[in-house]
Ligand binder design. Sequence first.
Ligand SMILES: C[S@@+](CC[C@H](N)C(=O)[O-])C[C@H]1O[C@@H](n2cnc3c(N)ncnc32)[C@H](O)[C@@H]1O
Length: 290
Amino acid sequence: MNSIAEPTQKRLSTSEFAQLASFSKREFGLNLSENKMPLVFSRLSKRLEERKVANFSEYLKILNAQNEHAERQELVSALTTNVTSFFREAHHFETLKNRLYELKHHIEKGKRVRVWSAGCSSGQEPYSIAATILSVYPDARKLDIKVLATDIDPKIVSKAKSGLFRREKKVEIPESLARHLKPSTVNPEFDEADDVLKNLITFGELNLISDWPFSGPFDVIFCRNVAIYFDQDTQRRLWKRFSDLLTDEGIIFIGHSERICGPALGCLQGIGITSYQRRSKLADQKILGD
Ligand SMILES: C[S@@+](CC[C@H](N)C(=O)[O-])C[C@H]1O[C@@H](n2cnc3c(N)ncnc32)[C@H](O)[C@@H]1O
């Protein structure tokens, strides 16, 4: 495939595609193999039109310009999807609930519990986590339990933070969440999360392949349907970074088509479908000492 063109005569040459792929990998860990060329072309052609840019070479110059941080974010938004839903893969939330029960003594002594939704998209994942926490600990606001929700895309983070969700007639929302969603006073087609739910969650913008401005530890990490965009090396590094940040017996949930690979496998054990638990560090030391 040497180039792709559309009626308006914009062309994406293989060399421009290679530059876009290498830029996307370096900046965001995205893995764009050549079979993604038609997808990249169609998604980015829209960006070129919106920015009134004549061709892909010009667009590459824009991406590399220092003051074009926002365009780089647009690039990630165009190349990834934000598809998500409340209680997606309900079994993960059952495991979360069980873990919260296991931590009862710890939690009721006022000790710290942190859950991270990494790649939270428009917020359905962290709000489902918060609703699960409240179903086990209705007084969670008096305890030291918090959810951190991050995504690379600032627009989607502010959408998530608003707590506004279009009401979908066919979607059955579990009672644990439904009781915290009230009709929006601003737009009758939307529901809004109440403050009890919102106050459990802190939102932030974060590129998972950059430095992380916190050191954890986290009792539970959800990173689902995000690593799928990354190449193998980036995935291996990411799983290891997550496993280093988990508490003893902390749990990580990943997407249905993802698998943990690389050195993280040495300290994580599978405990169910796409669910892994950090082996106790004490047990690790014992193994090393044996
Ligand atoms: C398909 S959504 C997954 C949402 C949710 N985790 C779920 O499974 O329902 C993927 C999200 O990953 C985010 N994303 C892509 N690359 C990222 C990166 N390098 N760092 C952080 N988030 C990223 C996208 O912005 C998008 O919101």
